[in-house]
Design a protein around this ligand. Sequence first.
Ligand SMILES: CC(C)(COP(=O)(O)OP(=O)(O)OC[C@H]1O[C@@H](n2cnc3c(N)ncnc32)[C@H](O)[C@@H]1OP(=O)(O)O)[C@@H](O)C(=O)NCCC(=O)NCCS
Length: 151
Amino acid sequence: MIKKIKIDKAKEVQQLINSAAEQGKVLERSLNYIYENIRDFRVYLEGERIVGCCSLHIVGWQSLAEVKSLIVDSDFRKKTIGTQLVQDCIKEAKILGVSKVFALTFFPIFFKKQGFELIDKNSLPHKIWTECLNCKYFPDCKEEAVIIEVK
Ligand SMILES: CC(C)(COP(=O)(O)OP(=O)(O)OC[C@H]1O[C@@H](n2cnc3c(N)ncnc32)[C@H](O)[C@@H]1OP(=O)(O)O)[C@@H](O)C(=O)NCCC(=O)NCCS
């Protein structure tokens, strides 16, 4: 079941994100980051346990939003949880009137299966590079940019 979260779940979400970050799959997040961006997050619950998370972050004024911190616990992968989390972000983007959703990812095939298209990273707003500048992989990052129009 997909649910938005309250702040008391921030630590559990951080653990999920940072375990994937240790493997270099996503960016590490501080607890403060999770608290400040708690409204962006949704989680997938298996019983009481958080086994997946994903955030949708509005980027500036260009009717654009980013899918970030998408992780499914390794014991629960390939059961469509990741797809459901991304689709929930797209649903929210539509509700908010956002016209395009993008992601920076090492796993573009996963997004292409959902209708996203590869684009040149440089075509994205400069604002997104602030985070990249603080990343240990910058400037040799192999992440690719994918985008989808939401109607
Ligand atoms: C990417 C991730 C969220 C996918 O979650 P998931 O719940 O396994 O995804 P789904 O079950 O919805 O899979 C969707 C499709 O991707 C495929 N897929 C999922 N994980 C895969 C993998 N590691 N390698 C190859 N294909 C994979 C599935 O087989 C499925 O394809 P199908 O519909 O043709 O069967 C998950 O692998 C993960 O947490 N990875 C580590 C963190 C990460 O890379 N996050 C993405 C950063 S943007």
